[in-house]
Write a protein that binds this ligand. Structure first.
Ligand SMILES: Cc1cc2nc3c(=O)[nH]c(=O)nc-3n(C[C@H](O)[C@H](O)[C@H](O)COP(=O)(O)O)c2cc1C
Length: 173
């Protein structure tokens, strides 16, 4: 099975979760940034797991990504804006086949989220859900991830791999 775990990550939390999910899925799974997950790479993927942070209560918009450069000057490290947004990737790089699962990283109490937009874009492109979306929690605005979240991500990856083998037709959310 070929699996791609594609992520948007400005401060590294979503990237860390993506790496753990790929580890959990096992051999054949790769964590990729939005520019690494090209249409050619996606073409023969059996599973796409797509994740992003929640910024401003939603999947980061281009405007939000630009505004953090000035609004988050006190961040411990500058945001990594060198890769396209998940929004852009979903518009440009999602061919319509295979199975998917969506995840987000977020503060526990926040309203809104990113997984709804990721899921509807992937479904619009023809992907079928293999599992319900998953949320991973950070302790502060810029992270770090709450204790145990990396292990949860690894376990979720293993569950996804089992589900895709067991349920060839997929499940709905
Ligand atoms: C400017 C800014 C806005 C944020 N807005 C939200 C929000 O609306 N809801 C939420 O749950 N978390 C919010 N967060 C927390 C991020 O979602 C969290 O730190 C996430 O893990 C960042 O992912 P990354 O490290 O992969 O970029 C915000 C963080 C920042 C810096």
């Amino acid at each position: 099975m070929k699996a791609v775990v594609v992520y948007e990550s400005l401060w590294g939390n979503t990237a860390a979760v993506a790496r753990a999910i790929a580890e959990g899925i096992g051999p054949g799974a790769e964590p990729l940034s939005t520019d690494e997950a090209t249409a050619a790479v996606m073409a023969d993927a059996d599973l796409v797991v797509a994740g992003a942070p929640v910024l401003g209560f939603r999947l980061p918009t281009e405007a939000m990504r630009q505004s953090v450069l000035s609004s988050e000057r006190n961040a411990p490290v500058p945001p990594d804006l060198s890769h396209p947004s998940m929004r852009m990737w979903l518009q440009e790089n999602a061919p319509g086949h295979g199975r998917y699962a969506a995840f987000e990283t977020r503060i526990w109490w926040s309203p809104g989220g990113s997984v709804g937009a990721i899921a509807s874009e992937l479904e619009r492109a023809g992907y079928v859900a293999v599992a319900k979306p998953r949320k991973f929690v950070v302790r502060g605005k810029y992270g770090p991830l709450r204790e145990g979240e990396i292990e949860r991500a690894r376990q979720w990856g293993a569950e996804l791999a089992r589900a895709i083998r067991a349920e060839p037709a997929g499940v709905t959310r």
